[in-house]
Design a protein around this ligand. Structure first.
Ligand code: AMP
Length: 223
């Protein structure tokens, strides 16, 4: 089973992806996290990605695909995985389908209003070391400015600045929006309302995935 999370930046894909991962036992793969790690490690892929990320644009397909290819080939992805932030364009959809063609998939869009998100993102703080994300209102760290997980300093990510966020919204509308029609045509698309709290949104996601995951297990068990 492959669960693909769509949704505008700051809409809760990472938070919901972690909850889904815990419940169903699939790893969450965030291309944003993989790219940020590559940037931090100063790898050649990271150096290429950095400028596009800082201005809120998309990183070249080949760079992202290489990271995804390596990640999904690991043993923990054998039974399934959750994609957070990939695919983001129709050409990435085709790359993923070519990379792992036989896997049943379920696509969830966490839908949210851009104005609500702008406010949310302004309060978002991230740990660049371990990737944990907090919110000054909804998900505060235990100690102000310090990551609960690894103790590093929390920062406002360069790509969470308001001007950069607007650019990321535009790209989501224009480049990722068309994925809806593709997945609707495949019969795997589900939309959930992300404007409520974390628990309520997750309850709705669960309602969808309990059925989808059971169905994919049933299909795998049939001779
Ligand atoms: P995210 O944490 O998913 O919001 O991603 C942060 C940034 O990483 C994005 O604004 C892009 O610059 C880059 N990025 C993440 N995933 C992709 C992708 N699938 N294709 C291209 N760029 C990506």
């Amino acid at each position: 089973m492959r669960i693909i999370l769509l949704g505008p930046p700051g809409g809760g894909k990472g938070t919901q992806g972690d909850l889904i991962g815990k419940l169903y036992g699939f790893p969450r793969i965030s291309t944003g996290d993989l790219l940020r790690k590559a940037v931090q490690d100063r790898t050649s892929l990271g150096l290429e990605a950095e400028a596009a990320m800082n201005r809120g644009g998309l990183v070249r397909d080949g760079v992202v695909l290489e990271l995804v290819r390596e990640r999904v080939s690991r043993p923990d992805c054998r039974n399934g995985y959750i994609m957070d932030g990939y695919p983001r364009t129709l050409s990435q959809v085709l790359s993923l389908e070519a990379l792992d063609p036989d896997r049943p998939e379920s696509v969830l869009e966490i839908a949210l209003d851009e104005d609500v998100l702008l406010e949310r993102l302004a309060g978002r703080r991230a740990c660049l070391k371990c990737g944990a994300v907090y919110n000054l209102r909804a998900r505060k760290p235990a100690r102000e400015g310090v990551c609960d997980v690894c103790g590093s300093a929390l920062v406002l990510r360069e790509d969470d600045r308001p001007d950069v966020i607007r650019e990321r919204f535009r790209i989501y509308r224009e480049q990722t929006g068309p994925l809806r029609a593709h997945y609707e045509a495949k019969g795997v698309f589900h939309r959930v309302d992300g404007s409520r709290g974390i628990e309520e949104t997750f309850r709705e996601i669960r309602g969808v995935l309990d059925i989808e995951v059971a169905r994919s297990k049933g299909a795998a068990a049939r001779p």
